[in-house]
Design a protein around this ligand. Structure first.
Ligand code: 5GP
Ligand code: MG
Length: 192
């Protein structure tokens, strides 16, 4: 049986593709292997920062063979804009107990560092056995708070990107690649 794949219509809203679907697939598989090697046979409590990390977490965990417990937290720091609106706030917190557990925090992108610094500090207060962080993308040039992730998919330049979980005003999360939006689409009045 033959199937016709429809080209994702949102592709035409992109100025350029920064990371292709094929590169993401290859890198995610290797990241899974790095994580498995780091933890050995240990159980890992994965904490995914939603919504942005949803697609990345789902794909990555398929390549982590360890016993895994999964929890999600929600942080708010961006409005319908491409600029951070300041201090991140945890609006939905952990439901699993992380005391004496190996916690692996997963986020889509490390930018100023404020989000992961806040979440790491919050989790450390709960006395976990360890806390490590994994991000798909790292904009090292944008850091305002010193922070290094333990596992990084790709280092990228300082451009606002969408796709593979990353949104602009909640759109584009379902794009299978990571791309830069056309400038004229970054402030459409009807989305304000
Ligand atoms: P940080 O607290 O490190 O500045 O920001 C982390 C959060 O900001 C990410 O989880 C993501 O939600 C958002 N963010 C940072 N850079 C980008 C970007 O280029 N595109 C999108 N869509 N979100 C971003
Ligand atoms: Mg996010």
């Amino acid at each position: 049986m033959s199937t016709t794949l429809k080209l994702h219509p949102s592709h035409s809203d992109l100025e350029s593709i920064m990371v292709s679907e094929a590169s993401i697939k290859r890198r995610v598989k290797r990241l899974g292997a790095e994580i498995a090697e780091t933890y050995g046979d240990e159980e890992v409590t994965v904490v995914s920062i939603i919504n942005g990390a949803i697609l990345f977490t789902a794909d990555l965990l398929r390549f982590v063979p360890n016993p895994v417990r999964l929890d999600c937290i929600r942080i708010s720091s961006y409005g319908n804009d491409t600029k951070s609106i300041g201090k991140p706030k945890m609006v939905h917190s952990l439901t699993l107990d992380v005391t004496n557990r190996h916690v692996l925090l997963i986020d889509d992108i490390l930018d100023t560092g404020k989000t992961l610094a806040l979440v790491t500090q919050t989790i450390l207060k709960l006395n976990p056995a360890s806390v490590k962080t994994c991000v798909l993308l790292d904009k090292k040039g944008r850091r305002e708070v010193p922070f290094n992730a333990d596992f990084v998919g790709f280092d990228i330049p300082d451009k606002f990107v969408v796709g593979y979980g990353l949104d602009f005003a909640e759109r584009y999360r379902n794009l299978p690649c990571i791309g830069v939006l056309k400038p004229e689409l970054q402030n459409p009045p009807e989305w304000a």
